[in-house]
Structures are given as C-alpha cells and as structure tokens.
Design a protein around this ligand. Structure first.
Ligand SMILES: NC(=O)c1ccc[n+]([C@@H]2O[C@H](COP(=O)([O-])OP(=O)(O)OC[C@H]3O[C@@H](n4cnc5c(N)ncnc54)[C@H](OP(=O)(O)O)[C@@H]3O)[C@@H](O)[C@H]2O)c1
Length: 325
C-alpha cells in the first residue's frame, strides 16, 4: 500500500528533535528528513559512539542538508535499551546537557526497537523484545516528560511520538495468568514466547501504555501519538532465520515501502498534526481506528493491570518516575 507524499509546506524549522535508534533504517531516514526540513539541534541515539559518529557524518554530508540547513547541529548520544542503566544513564546525560545549556526539547521520536524470533533474556531478566520495545521505551518516555512539558512555548507544544506496528492487531492478551501472578513477569518464561506473536505483543503493550499515558497527560502539556509506517524495507529482520527472511523479503518487495516513505510518516506525526492526534494511531500517515485488541473488553480489563505492573517495575528502577506524569 503506498504512502502519500508529505505536503510541500511541511517544516521543522528551528525545532529541536530527539530520535532514538537513528544510525540505520527508519530512524536514520527520519533524522535526515528532519534536518532537510530545518530541524536543529538534532539529537540522535545509537548503541555505540562509532555508529553515532558515522551516522552524524553521513547526515551532515547530505547535499540537501548542507543547502537547506547549513548550520544544523547534530549531537550523538549512546543508548542501549536492553539494560535499565542504559536507559537511565542516557536520560541523565541528555537531561543534564539540556539543563546546562538551557535547551528545550520540542520533539521526541522513540524509534529504537527490534524483532527477535528466538527467546532471549535481556540483562534485566526480562524477555528481550519486551524489554527493548516496551519496558525501556516506556521508561524513557517518562524520563523525558518533564523536559518536554517545560519546552512548551506560545507557538509550539512538545511532541512525544512512539513508533508502533500494525502487527499489534494480530496478537492478543488472551489467557493472562491469575490475578495473583504478575502478568508481565510471566511473559519472561520461554513457554510463553511465540516467535510470531512476541513482536506484536510488545507493540500492543506500548499502545496500551500510551493510551493510559494520554488519559493522564492532556494535549496542552505534551502531544503524544503513535505511528506505524507499514511494511518498510529495513534490517529489522536481521535476527530472523534465513528461511523466514526469504518470505519476509518477498512480502517486503511486493507490499513494502522504501525507508524514505516510512520516515515521512514519522515527520507527518510531529509536524502536520496537532492536539487532535493525542492518544491516536497513524498508520501510513492516515489516522486509523484502533481495533478491538486495543479498545475491546478484553484489553480494557487488562490495561489497568498492565499499567500497574509496568509502573511497579519502572519505580524500582527510577524511584518517583511516576511523578513525572
Ligand atoms: N520496518 C518496518 O516494517 C517497521 C514497521 C512498523 C514499525 N517499525 C518500527 O520502526 C522502528 C525502527 O525499525 P527499523 O525497521 O528502522 O529497524 P532497524 O533498521 O533494525 O533499526 C532499529 C534501530 O533500533 C536500534 N536498536 C535495536 N535494539 C536496540 C537496543 N537494545 N538498544 C538501543 N537501540 C536499539 C538499532 O540499533 P543497532 O543498529 O545498533 O541494532 C537501530 O538503530 C522499530 O521500533 C520498529 O518496531 C518498523
């Protein structure tokens, strides 16, 4: 399915933008487009300083960036989301730097994410996909909130955009354990892991978290939305066995879009929609209704439980983090 072009008047002139996981794929392309549309400073996160430096050099060497945004500033931060202290140490450094320089943050795009067909535990003890795509992303969003709220001006309300995936629709929260068992912790067990389901489940949990967050934070403080660019040709499937890769590549080449088109979906969600987008989902740039897995009775019951369990974990890592909401 094709993605429409960005309106020609789309601009990020003078906006400060943070994009996580911006060394490759959608994050890199969104970073490039943000610079081409006038964003500065641009903060990118990568898992190593080398990857960051390479991405920064490539971004600033782009002829369109040189022409349209010659004084653009790109700063690189290290962020490893499989570890709690990867998230907290990044957030501390990032926030300290902004405070020291009296800098705001207009836009945060939480893009870093992964897919994994094998069960693997992160150093935190949580299953890796849940840790990176859901728990660490949720923690990072809460750690950034005070700066985003403070960055409001008369012309602009700060943006927090989560990147999610339509694959959340083909998963469900069925068969949760009894109420005296922690649902999130139960998902760390290998027997609960399904290669086809886990990525989508991590996306569903993130959407449910976002929906709760948007009920607690109004759009006049921070505008929070989420974007799925559809199937995009990136290396997200790098951990997928070769036999599956063949299937995915065939799918990508028949129905996938190039990464530049996916990046346009990110930019549309932070530049071309406003408070009306709060809590909502944009798939391939179009406002798309949530399906039953998000709004149906099964999810409604579990949402409160998952929010509670999530905040319990996050408070242990970052005491008082819920007060940022
Ligand atoms: N491609 C699609 O069809 C599609 C569709 C819908 C949504 N999405 C979402 O879009 C986002 C970007 O995906 P992509 O397709 O551009 O994939 P990608 O090319 O694999 O990029 C993923 C980015 O996330 C980073 N990352 C992975 N694990 C990390 C960790 N533990 N800590 C910190 N950073 C980590 C990667 O860093 P390294 O390079 O160091 O691994 C990379 O920068 C993901 O959240 C994905 O779920 C993708």
């Amino acid at each position: 399915m094709s993605i429409t072009a960005l309106p020609p008047n789309t601009t990020l002139q003078g906006r400060s933008v943070l994009i996580t996981g911006a060394n490759v794929g959608l994050g890199f392309s969104a970073a490039l487009l943000a610079l081409q549309l006038g964003a500065s400073p641009l903060y990118i996160t990568c898992r190593s300083a080398e990857k960051g430096k390479k991405a920064r050099d490539e971004l600033l060497a782009d002829p369109l960036v040189k022409k349209k945004n010659p004084r653009a500033i790109v700063k690189v931060y290290e962020l490893e989301m499989s570890k709690w202290d990867g998230v907290t140490s990044f957030a501390k450094k990032f926030l300290d730097d902004r405070q020291a320089a009296s800098e705001a943050l207009d836009i945060a795009i939480l893009n870093a994410g992964m897919a994994n067909l094998e069960h693997e535990l992160a150093p935190t003890g949580n299953e890796m996909v849940l840790q990176v795509n859901y728990l660490s992303t949720a923690l990072l969003s809460l750690l950034l909130l005070p700066l985003l709220k403070k960055s409001i001006t008369t012309e602009h309300t700060a943006r927090l955009t989560f990147i999610t995936s339509g694959s959340h629709k083909s998963t469900s929260l069925k068969h949760p354990p009894p109420n005296d068992v922690n649902y999130l912790t139960s998902l760390n067990a290998k027997k609960t892991f399904s290669a086809m389901n886990r990525y989508g489940l991590s996306q569903l949990l993130l959407i449910l978290f976002l929906r709760d967050l948007c009920e607690k934070i109004s759009s006049d403080k921070v505008i929070i939305n989420n974007v799925c660019p559809g199937m995009i040709n990136t290396s997200l499937d790098r951990k997928v066995p070769w036999i599956m890769v063949l299937v995915i590549w065939a799918w990508k080449f028949t129905s996938g879009n190039p990464v530049e088109k996916g990046a346009q979906c990110y930019i549309a969600a932070v530049a071309n929609v406003g408070p009306e987008s709060h809590g909502l989902w944009y798939q391939r740039m179009m406002l798309t209704s949530y399906s039953d897995v998000v709004t149906g009775p099964e999810s409604k019951v579990l949402r409160e439980r998952i929010w509670g369990e999530t905040m319990e974990q996050l408070r242990k890592i970052s005491p008082g983090v819920d007060k940022n909401i």
